[in-house]
Ligand binder design. Structure first.
Ligand code: ATP
Ligand code: MG
Length: 140
């Protein structure tokens, strides 16, 4: 195993319900460190670019609308095996299928409004961090 960095987002459904602290508590309890964090409001263009891989999926337009509907918290998380570890802390995409104790089981409203994002590979983590923290030196 290796020390990795992953890109995380607290989505608009969660910021609207003041769940940033509760989600951060779960991240920190898992041993992952929040080494960068900022709250922003995405433009439509930025959301379209971020989710370009899902462009052909039926939920793409709604997802872009949802992700630009309110503030989101962008983060870089660091730790052992951080990419897989944070996917486990979040739980399954659909909260109905997520395990007890996970962020999505406890907080998500449905498969779209599912409170959190985490990168799914080393390559995507690096690309997502570069896209969202361009110009910032992340020192950990
Ligand atoms: P994320 O990329 O946000 O960490 P994920 O990797 O578990 O989630 P993806 O398949 O990459 O899931 O989907 C990206 C996001 O698109 C999901 O988190 C969710 O907000 C939305 N989404 C995925 N599947 C559906 C669906 N069937 N209906 C509506 N929205 C969906
Ligand atoms: Mg994904």
């Amino acid at each position: 195993m290796a020390i990795e960095r992953t890109f995380s987002m607290i989505k608009p459904d969660a910021t609207a319900r003041n769940l940033t602290g509760a989600i951060n508590a779960k991240i920190e309890a898992s041993g992952l460190k929040i080494i960068a964090q900022k709250r922003v409001h995405w433009s439509t263009g930025h959301a379209q670019k971020f989710y370009e891989v899902h462009k052909a999926r039926p939920f793409y337009n709604d997802l872009v609308k949802f992700m630009t509907s309110g503030p989101i918290v962008l983060q870089v998380l660091e730790g052992e095996n951080a990419i897989k570890k944070y996917r486990d802390v979040m739980g399954a995409t659909d909260p109905a299928k997520a395990e007890a104790g996970t962020i999505r089981k406890e907080f998500a409203e449905n498969i779209e409004r599912n409170s959190a994002h985490g990168s799914d590979s080393v390559e995507n983590a690096a690309a997502e961090i570069a896209l969202n923290f361009a110009g910032f030196e992340i020192v950990g």
